[in-house]
Design a protein. Structure first.
Length: 499
């Protein structure tokens, strides 16, 4: 039996993409970052699109760099991406136009129209998915409403990892973890929800056969091999195509009762379960049932994460104030608790642009103190996130009847140690941070299990514990969040009632 394997992981986030080569032994996974690039966007007629050609070009560059450093033979390639967005593909394999980005305005108001066709609670019963205007379902309805004709002309509907897998292999398959982000799947059957598709008049023929994560799709196309120098015999796996499902697979958990938080541009907080929870309470709390590796369900809540801070930083930089995230965190720490918060479920904080004004407007509208300094604004955002985490973890415990002992946090957000400590204080839980590259470790791990390098998910998690530094945070002073909880609730609820 082999004692060493090497895999390529391509991890595409909504802000940036990375290509890694992992050297895997029975006791360790060692990551090597090969290529980093922006996930390219473009604007066409005031709409925001993904530049899939530019993204794929960078994927090929990453693969070529992997070949230059590690040779032409690999044990596998896997791609994970953000959820929801898709590409429509013509019968000849060409794209039916550039795909839209989920933050585009075309879905504004479509949820209300959809609920005239089927009530929200009935839709939730069918799909187990929390309705949000950026969901794939509403994007497809926008496609119909705008009468572009693309939906009926297209031969295939492929979510982002499925599309890039197709361009590598020529194989068109749907993978369930990424499909479960769409709002048009049935979590009980782990397949497309035919009733939802029929109810909204979406062409059924565009949807591909569903496979589970870990399925081998095929090998590299000769054209890809020629460009990159990688052997045509290298297999491409449908890993957990959704980066959150990959991150959940990477959680280095042991036997203690745990929840997880994938922290980055988005925060996704939840728990791994054997079966979905679909009831009125889960719907009221805003939970969605997404698919995990090994036929699990991740009951989770999608939370606007560090996106508002990322947008504010971009604005500060544009005005000539060169400031790093580390500096912002340091300023927030020096500023101390703000006693002011924003409602990150407010749709304004999802959209591009003018984020500083949006934060300040919200504070003014709710009669809270306002300070324009970056340290204060950063603190407002971080405290608001911590309060949402506090609420969410309590809701998870109520829904599942589980007392969570540990929250595992993975993703780039763990580099913000102030937010990680605030999470421990606000929730009153022990927090374990790591791995930083959770989605990449999950991507590699699923390939490794499929290839026989690891026996199962339990062994993978043991190896990850051996492979990365983990940092523990204890709640040492939760008093601020306890004392101000009613004040926070009053601010948020009053604004929601006015709205």
């Amino acid at each position: 039996m082999k004692n060493e394997w090497n895999f390529i992981a391509i991890d595409l986030g909504a802000e940036s993409g990375r290509c890694f080569v992992a050297l895997v032994t029975p006791d360790r996974i060692a990551l090597n970052e090969i290529h980093r690039f922006p996930t390219h966007t473009l604007k066409i007629n005031d709409s925001i699109h993904w530049n899939t050609d530019a993204i794929f070009s960078d994927i090929l560059i990453g693969l070529a760099k992997a070949k230059d450093q590690f040779g032409s033979e690999f044990d596998g390639i896997g791609i994970d991406t953000w959820g929801i967005d898709y590409v429509l593909v013509n019968a000849d394999g060409t794209d039916a136009g550039y795909p839209f980005q989920y933050r585009d305005d075309r879905t504004d108001g479509l949820m209300a129209e959809a609920f005239q066709i089927i009530p929200e609670d009935e839709l939730y019963t069918l799909t187990g998915t929390k309705s949000a205007q950026y969901n794939t379902l509403f994007q497809l309805l926008a496609e119909k409403k705008n009468k572009t004709g693309l939906l009926h002309k297209a031969a295939h509907f492929l979510l982002m990892p499925e599309y890039f897998n197709f361009r590598l292999t020529g194989v068109k398959k749907s993978e369930f973890t990424i499909a479960s982000t769409t709002g048009i799947t049935d979590p009980r059957l782990r397949n497309w929800s035919r009733k939802t598709i029929e109810t909204f008049g979406i062409p059924e023929n565009i949807f591909s056969e569903m496979v589970e994560p870990g399925t081998k799709l095929g090998t590299l196309l000769p054209s890809v091999a020629e460009i990159t120098g990688i052997s045509t015999g290298v297999p491409v796996f449908a890993v957990a195509g959704h980066d959150t499902a990959c991150a959940a697979a990477s959680i280095p958990a042991s036997d203690r009762s745990w929840g997880f938080l994938s922290s980055g541009t988005w925060s996704l907080m939840g728990i791994e379960l054997k079966n979905p929870i679909i009831n009125s309470t889960a719907m009221k709390y805003g939970f969605t049932n997404e698919a995990g590796y090994n036929r699990t369900t991740t009951l989770l809540k999608n939370i606007v994460g560090l996106w508002p801070l990322q947008e504010c930083r971009r604005e500060w930089i544009k005005t000539g104030e060169e400031i790093s995230y580390a500096q912002l965190t340091s300023l927030a720490s020096a500023n101390g608790f703000t006693g002011a918060w924003i409602d990150l479920t407010d749709i304004r904080f999802l959209k591009h642009g003018f984020m500083l004004k949006k934060v300040c407007d919200y504070l003014t509208e709710t009669d809270q103190q306002l300070n324009y300094e970056p340290g204060f604004i950063t603190g407002v955002i971080l405290e608001s996130l911590a309060y949402i985490y506090r609420k969410t973890i309590r809701q998870i415990e109520k829904l599942t009847g589980t007392v969570i002992e540990v929250i595992h946090i993975t993703g780039g957000g763990i580099q913000n140690e102030l937010l990680t400590q605030y999470t421990a204080e606000a929730t009153g839980k022990t927090v374990i941070a790591g791995p930083l590259e959770g989605a990449v470790f999950g991507n590699i791990g699923i390939q490794a299990i499929a290839s026989g390098a690891f026996k199962d998910i339990t062994e993978l998690r043991r190896v990850i514990r051996n492979s990365v530094p983990l940092k523990e945070y204890k709640p040492v002073n939760s008093e601020y969040f306890n004392i101000n909880e009613k004040h926070y609730d009053r601010v948020i609820n009053t604004k929601q009632e006015k709205h």
